[in-house]
Design a protein around this ligand. Sequence first.
Ligand SMILES: [Zn+2]
Ligand SMILES: [Zn+2]
Length: 212
Amino acid sequence: MTHTRNTPVSRKQSLAPDLDGMADRAARAWRERMAVDPLDGGRYVVESASGATYVVSLPNSRCSCPDHSIRGERCKHLRRVAIEVTEGRIPPPGFRAADCLACGRETFVPDAIRLPLCFTCGFEPGDRVRDRETGDLLTVVAVTDRRADEVEITATDSTVAAHPTNRAYDSAEPVVEAVYPGSERRYSFPRSRLVRRPRAVSVGDSSPTVTG
Ligand SMILES: [Zn+2]
Ligand SMILES: [Zn+2]
């Protein structure tokens, strides 16, 4: 058997944190039963194993417990909140938990975003997409933070949601602006009407209408 060149080999080791080798507070942050509930402003309520609750501020690295406020230690509550954020169990400061409007999966979105989309359903400018209704290929220009029933299509004097070809899509979805190849005019679509296409360029992709 031959090894393929350039295949990375990781060291033979356990991935679980070595709790026995950790300082006491760090190990207790992992081991003890605690519940963490996000507030605003990067603050979190931590219910400790004993039932006592404390408020942790991640931006200020502060906790209301005696271990931190009196002894000045980086307490187990502060550590626990940092662990849960790193593990993706709770939203980091400036983010909130919300259900993706396109697929329904829970995701963390920036507080300023009104209409949440998960990482998979969000588009970036330049993403190549296909229109489900016509098969047309387009390029995304922007994902707006406005609902399909809030955006007017000036040519037809109706909203994006009310347009006959968009009735099957949720009117609460954010509107995505996209252009056809060779044109700069922007068209508005409900998010789920557009399907992401691979980035790789292949022959025939410049064709304005491809079905299927
Ligand atoms: Zn604490
Ligand atoms: Zn999604």
